[in-house]
Structures are given as structure tokens and as C-alpha cells.
Design a protein around this ligand. Structure first.
Ligand code: SAH
Length: 209
């Protein structure tokens, strides 16, 4: 998977490649899906959600330019896979999932895997995790209609936010928002992607279950 799907397609960040070699993707999917664990695509994880394609996880993490000193916030824990890969690289990971069932399941899996530097919260992450801000890296693992202002506020000076933005499931652009040391914000448009929707904090309550 790492040689063909990641390095073979231009992922060059050694930290990301090494982390993805270490994390067993089958640990984050149901037994029924084990035969497809290293397939080159997303897989269903229940609650109408998916574990992201390995290449997309690698691409997003590469765009965040992570270091061992970074503290990372993820919105959309899902299976917990991307959070586990990030936890292999950075100092601390904070991840939020709005489906109670997925949050509980990934919390258990991540604890089983022994990650002591990872915090899973059940709730709506649209407005971030202000008590633990600022973060050097923010990863939004679901497609949003816009860039939530609260997430930009919670970015540390010198930090980066990577988020898929677009109006349709198959018409999203991966954006990278960087904050300079003096707090200036710069947006770059990167690749085309397809993510399940990020649920707006205003439209729906904190969590469906
Ligand atoms: N990173 C995940 C991908 C999960 S898919 C993985 O590696 O498996 C995106 C997840 O975002 C879904 O589980 C969905 O329930 C969650 N989500 C969508 N909107 C959310 C919100 N506003 N707050 C928290 N989680 C959200």
C-alpha cells in the first residue's frame, strides 16, 4: 500500500510514509471488511460514514507539514485511522466525532492500540476544541460548505488547516489555510477530493446518537 498507493503517487513526507507503514488499517474496520483493508479506496464503517482512502489520509497529513512537536486537532474521527497515523507523528492528537457509536468504537480501538497521546471527544466539532487551542495543525476529515471561522481562530501562529470545501460530494477542493507568525491568514487551493459531508453546527444538534 505504502509503496504503490502513496510513494508511487508522490507522497514524499518520510514521517507520513513511516507512520502509515506502522498503523495496521485492518484494526480500524470491521472483520467483514478485512480482505479489503489495503484496497485503494474508502470503505464503509457504519452510520453511513467511511474510512478515507489511504492516499487521501497521506496527502492531507503531508499538506499539514507535521513535526513531532505539533499538536493536532481532527474534526471527524470516523474509524480513528487518520488519528492513529497522526498520533505516530505528532506530540498530541485531539479528535472529535459526532456519531456516538463511532466515537466510542474508535476510542476503544485507539486505547487498545496504546496511544496515550490521543483524546477522542463525542460531539460536533464544527466549532473546534477551544479549551485545548491553539493547534499547529487542524485536519477536517469531512467536506464543508465553508471554512469554519472558529477553526481558523484556533490555529496557532505558523499553523496549518487542511479542509475539503465544496457544495457537492464530488465537487470539493482541498484547501490549506496557513497562519503566519504574525497572524496573517493565507489560503491555497490544492487537490480535488470527495468526502462525506461535515455537519454544520447550526443545522443539527451536537450528535445523533
Ligand atoms: N478520518 C476518518 C474519516 C471519517 S469520515 C477516518 O480515518 O476514518 C468523516 C467523519 O466526520 C464521519 O465519521 C462523520 O460522522 C464525521 N463528522 C461530520 N461532521 C462532523 C462534525 N461537525 N463534527 C464531528 N464529526 C463530524
Amino acid at each position: 500500500m505504502v509503496d504503490r498507493q502513496l510513494a508511487g503517487r508522490g507522497i514524499t513526507d518520510e514521517r507520513v510514509l513511516a507512520a502509515m507503514r506502522r498503523v495496521p488499517r485492518e484494526h480500524f474496520i470491521s472483520r467483514r471488511q478485512h480482505g479489503r483493508a489495503y484496497d485503494d479506496g474508502p470503505l464503509p464503517i457504519g452510520c453511513g460514514q467511511t474510512i478515507s482512502q489511504p492516499y487521501i489520509v497521506a496527502l492531507m497529513l503531508q499538506h499539514l507539514c507535521l513535526t513531532p512537536a505539533s499538536r493536532l486537532l481532527e474534526i471527524g474521527t470516523g474509524s480513528g485511522y487518520a488519528a492513529a497515523v497522526a498520533a505516530e507523528i505528532v506530540a498530541e492528537v485531539f479528535t472529535i466525532e459526532r456519531h456516538g457509536q463511532l466515537a466510542a468504537q474508535s476510542r476503544e480501538r485507539l486505547a487498545q492500540a496504546g496511544y496515550g497521546n490521543l483524546h477522542v471527544r463525542h460531539g460536533n466539532g464544527y466549532r473546534g476544541w477551544p479549551e485545548s487551542a491553539p493547534f499547529e495543525a487542524i485536519l477536517v476529515s469531512a467536506g464543508s460548505l465553508e471554512v469554519p471561522a472558529e477553526l481558523v481562530d484556533q490555529l496557532a501562529p505558523g499553523g496549518r488547516l487542511v479542509i475539503p470545501v465544496g457544495t457537492a460530494r464530488y465537487d470539493q477542493r482541498l484547501l490549506r489555510i496557513s497562519k503566519s507568525a504574525d497572524g496573517e491568514v493565507h489560503t491555497e487551493s490544492l487537490d480535488y477530493v470527495a468526502f462525506v459531508p461535515l455537519v454544520d453546527a447550526r443545522a443539527v444538534g451536537p450528535s445523533p446518537d
